[in-house]
Design a protein around this ligand. Structure first.
Ligand code: SF4
Length: 346
């Protein structure tokens, strides 16, 4: 049994303009010790999906269908009190993009970490404080005993993010959800934080969901990747397989638009068009209005996720019985990018 099994999750927002189908039938699993990357452009539904797991969706949003099995129990059946006392911060921790909005400016960093420990564990204040200092040390904060007595504004942006990671680790959760945790940081600090995530995974044997718009970042920390587009999973595979052999036209477009060691900035090929509205998504395949290899059947029904390799699936009709099994991406892929010509082979 996987640590987390999300099945057919649907989260809708009931607005005056209409029903925003932000997450619409999403399924994925996270194994113990595994890091899953949830990737896609802004508006893909990644953050809504992970907030839905923890009951953090507020009206007009609602989880309208699906199950979220964590260690076998369905979290969608938990009350708010159960989620708050038994799950959030203890079994599953979240690290958000902006550390300053997550840290309380009027309490010292040590106080904020030790309070979480005291709230969830039967320990003395001294023991909790001492553990807070240890955690600050674990996340690479120098002079942790002195730093524990400082306020968030006395920390740099990178140090604040490290403090948040220490808070997330404070109850040694089985799963950490990191929602764009390095987006607000400069490139050097981002690399340091990604290294830290790698160290944490090993030391704490924690599973992780890493939410990002950047496939390049995913490469540093993730074992598997699920690519989201307009509320649905377009493709899912182990990272190396996805990077070497992307099958879904959207994944291929994402890779062509991503900076990497073997792709110069001038070779980047931005994805054309913009994400359609999740209130009136296109009929059939939601990617068809931007897909360079769409064909007639793409408007008729939503493509299921077809097996396209070991532990690898893609929601594209080219891989189903009705498709020709060849998205002809060599015609749209750019030579020398490692995408398209090599990605289209099966
Ligand atoms: S199903 Fe059609 S529109 Fe969707 S990704 Fe495949 S080819 Fe493109």
């Amino acid at each position: 049994m996987a640590l987390l099994e999300v099945e057919d999750l649907r989260t809708y927002f009931y607005t005056e303009e209409g029903i925003v189908q932000a997450v619409d039938g999403v399924s994925f699993e996270v194994e113990r010790g595994e890091t899953l990357g949830l990737v896609g452009e802004s508006g893909a539904g990644k953050s809504v999906a992970v907030k839905s797991l923890l009951g953090l969706i507020r009206p007009p949003g609602h989880v309208v269908d699906g199950s979220v099995r964590f260690k076998g129990d369905d979290l969608t059946e938990y009350s708010e009190a159960q989620l708050r006392n038994q799950v959030r911060g203890t079994e599953i921790s979240v690290i958000f993009q902006d550390p300053m909005s997550a840290l309380n400016p009027v309490f010292t960093v040590g106080t904020q970490i030790s309070e979480i420990i005291e709230h969830h564990r039967d320990v003395t204040h001294e023991a909790a404080w001492s553990r807070a200092v240890e955690l600050l040390d674990d996340v690479g904060i120098p002079d942790p005993a002195e730093r524990a007595d400082q306020y968030p504004h006395e920390f740099s942006g990178g140090m604040q993010q490290r403090a948040l990671i220490a808070m997330a680790l404070s109850c040694e959760p089985d799963l950490i959800i990191a929602d764009e945790p390095t987006t607000a940081l400069d490139v050097t600090i981002q690399a340091q934080i990604l290294d830290l995530f790698d160290d944490i995974k090993t030391k704490y044997d924690t599973s992780m969901i890493y939410v990002t718009h950047d496939l390049g970042v995913v490469r540093e920390v993730c074992d598997r990747v699920s690519v989201m587009y307009l509320g649905e999973i377009a493709e899912s595979a182990p990272y190396e397989e996805l990077y070497r052999n992307p099958k879904h036209p959207y994944t291929q477009a994402l890779l062509r638009s991503t900076v990497s060691a073997d792709r110069r900035t001038e070779d980047l090929d931005p994805i054309e068009g913009s994400m359609p509205s999740a209130i009136h998504p296109p009929s059939g395949c939601r990617y068809r209005t931007r897909c360079p290899v769409a064909f007639e059947d793409c408007s008729r029904g939503e493509p299921p996720r077809f097996d396209v390799g070991p532990d690898h699936d893609a929601a594209c009709l080219h891989y189903g019985d009705g498709g020709d099994g060849d998205p002809k991406l060599h015609e749209t892929g750019r030579p020398g990018t490692g995408v398209g010509g090599t990605g289209g082979d099966r």
